[in-house]
Design a protein around this ligand. Structure first.
Ligand code: GAL
Length: 660
């Protein structure tokens, strides 16, 4: 049987790093366009995303089409050597749609309709919405599928809507029928014997709307799964239309970073290019680490090069206070993305808007125009990316350490009725990634059912719910010689959110050497669990260990005095609390070294990040004072074109890209 070869990011980059961004020329008089193109060319822009929010312009009245302006733009881009990532405009339906077809509008948990006038006001389950979305997608594919400027399809934008409407409820029922087959199975999975919730007829089953008191957690969990699946159906319907017209053009849909509403592992399987939008806060001291986390996760979803679809050249406008990027920071964070596998560095948006909700959100060309610092820095970065492009694109590097992450476990664990609302899944994930990042260990992310055998160390910050298959996988990984480090609240429940006997899966307890898990002792904000070698935060546990397990750290004082805080049995480690950042870093770095995983470089100053991509070594300085970095041997810095021997000095926000 012939194996189908899917297009990929390389078909769009053709050896160059894609550089550019969302271009919304319909917001400007046509006389501006030649000026845009002049500035794009001067800045090395080779890619623009068109049409993301153009539905009302393309279809001013139901079924009418106005393609003239887009024809002219596609030609203009092609004439200037700029490729087009063409978006389907389906994330923001025109006002006529909601007006004529209220069934296309989503309904909130408390039964309110979300109206047009903003964006993303579509019901994923609405047959009417889906019909219109398919029609405009078909026409775009037919008209531009053969256009030489087209390099990639961009479906919708940041799929993220929830819908509790009646139409969604009807669709939820069929989704549940597919999942469970019978009402008996549904009643069992949802544990409806509790609080008299037993269902006797499918018609009684609804989306989890506002209720008097805590909702059924398994119903809420399934609603989250359903929402991700419905949005995926919308994506697939449009993807299949463009795929049919242009089988050799890659397709993407941009993710939000660590967005709770989409199972991005599942989605990534359906994308030719995995792309993400990334907006760390320039004032956040951990902004670079949080960027690195998203980049590592996106690279892992892509299993290779990925696309930074959006970032901001300056301030965003959706935080309480929106800070600009100091001189050099945009370059630093862009090159960080390249170091961590990006083959495309793009922005929202090309030219800063003068009207609308985002007029104070930066663009590559700010209100200050060509002379403004933002554009000048964009121009310099464009030249640098062009210079290193040929040595970078397509390169993928395997890493020794994997962090496990799963949306279903997140959804199951983040419910009402749990013991502590201080335990926030993304925060725990970030804390573990930060420890590894600060130890200069580059990490991949993986799903708990992925093949883990290539990793020397696998860490599980927290996977509250695990399938039997995932547990088998973890056990097999350790049996085959892997080192596993798990945090608390892992393996507590099965995939229906049914607590496993003993409060944690028996086989996992055996693996870590936990004889009995007597009680969980969550900690208040600002409260610590003192241990002999560090302080624990967030959580602690009353555990008896088995004889063959070692207490690597113990609680000191208080109710848990003398009980194990960190347990080890062979190559399996269990942390029943979250050590403070420095202690977690030391612990994980020590375990990694013991397992043969080495930091990228020894002796790095604290604020310097080092990443290997192919045969290149990226050094990224996140501080403002110059630092000297030891780099034994002789290297060539691609950015300066100079030789570097044994050490190098990086100025404020400095970057070096070394080939040894
Ligand atoms: C993204 C979105 C863009 C723009 C940007 C502003 O979420 O895709 O259209 O709104 O945020 O930061």
């Amino acid at each position: 049987m012939a194996v189908e070869k899917r297009p990929h990011l390389g078909d769009a980059t053709r050896g160059r790093i894609l550089y550019g961004g969302d271009y919304n020329p319909e917001q400007w008089p046509e006389e501006t366009w030649p000026e845009d193109v002049r500035l794009m060319r001067a800045a090395g822009v080779n890619s623009v995303t068109l049409g993301v929010f153009s539905w009302a312009k393309l279809e001013p009245r139901p079924g009418e089409r106005d393609f003239g302006w887009l024809d002219r733009l596609m030609d203009l881009m092609h004439d200037n050597g700029i490729g087009v990532v063409l978006a389907t405009p389906t994330s923001s339906p025109p006002p006529w749609m909601g007006h004529l077809h209220p069934d296309t509008l989503p309904v909130t948990e408390d039964g309110r309709t979300e109206y047009w006038g903003g964006r993303q006001h579509f019901s994923h389950s609405s047959a009417t919405y889906r019909r219109y979305a398919a029609a405009i997608t078909e026409d775009l594919a037919a008209r531009y599928g053969g256009h030489p400027a087209l390099t990639m399809w961009h479906i919708n934008n940041e799929y993220c809507t929830y819908d509790w409407s009646d139409e969604a409820a009807a669709r939820f029922r069929t989704w549940l029928q597919d999942r469970y087959g019978s009402l008996d199975a549904l009643n069992s999975a949802w544990g409806t014997a509790f609080w008299s919730q037993g269902y006797g007829d499918w018609a009684e089953v609804h989306t989890p709307r506002n209720a008097h008191y805590m909702k059924n957690p398994s119903q809420v969990l399934d609603f989250k799964r359903f929402t991700s699946d419905m949005l995926l159906e919308c994506y697939l319907a449009e993807r299949d239309i463009v795929r049919l017209a242009t089988p050799h053009t890659p397709v993407t849909s941009n993710f939000m970073p660590l967005w709770v509403g989409q199972d991005a592992w599942r989605w990534a399987e359906e994308e030719d290019v995995v792309s993400v939008d990334l907006y760390p806060d320039p004032r956040d001291p951990l902004g670079a680490q949080q960027g690195a986390l998203v980049q590592d996760m996106t690279r892992s979803q892509a299993r290779g090069p990925w696309m930074l679809m959006e970032q901001a050249a300056g301030p965003v406008n959706w935080r309480g206070v929106n800070h600009p990027k100091p001189h050099g920071l945009n370059r630093l964070w862009s090159l960080q993305a390249v170091a961590r596998g990006a083959d495309a560095v793009c922005y929202f948006q090309w030219r800063q808007s003068r009207q609308g909700a985002e007029k104070f959100h930066s663009g590559m060309v700010s209100h200050a125009g060509e002379e403004g610092r933002t554009y000048q820095e964009i121009k310099r970065l464009g030249a640098e990316l062009a210079a290193i492009s040929g040595q970078v694109t397509g390169r993928h590097t395997a890493h020794d350490v994997a962090v496990l992450h799963d949306w279903h476990a997140w959804w199951a664990g983040a419910q009402d009725g749990r013991l502590s609302n201080q335990v926030d899944y993304p925060d725990v994930l970030k804390a573990w990634h930060r420890a590894l990042w600060e130890a200069h260990l580059t990490t991949d992310f993986a799903h708990p059912e992925h093949d883990l055998t290539a990793y020397k160390v696998v860490v599980v910050p927290q996977l509250y719910a695990l399938t039997d298959a995932a547990i088998d996988n973890l056990l097999a990984y350790v049996r085959q010689g892997g080192t596993l480090v798990s945090g608390f609240l892992t393996g507590v429940a099965d995939e229906d959110d049914r607590v496993r006997p003993g409060g944690m899966d028996t086989r996992l307890r055996e693996l870590f050497g936990i004889r009995t898990l007597h009680e969980w002792w969550p900690l208040d904000a600002g409260e610590y669990a003192d241990c002999d070698t560090f302080r624990g935060t967030l959580w602690s546990e009353e555990i008896d260990k088995t004889e063959d397990a070692a207490a690597e750290a113990s609680y000191k004082g208080g109710e848990l005095d003398g009980l194990p805080a960190v347990l080890r049995r062979g190559r399996a480690w269990y942390l029943s609390t979250l050590p403070e950042p420095g202690a977690l870093r030391e612990l994980l770095a020590g375990i990694a070294t013991g397992a043969g995983a080495r930091p990228v470089l020894d002796g790095l100053p604290d604020q310097v990040e080092a990443v290997r991509r192919g045969d290149l070594l990226f050094l990224l300085h996140h501080g403002r004072e110059p630092v000297t970095v030891p780099v034994p041997g002789t290297h060539h810095d691609l950015l300066t074109g100079t030789a570097v021997t044994d050490r190098l000095t990086l100025d404020r926000y400095g970057v070096a890209v070394l080939r040894t």
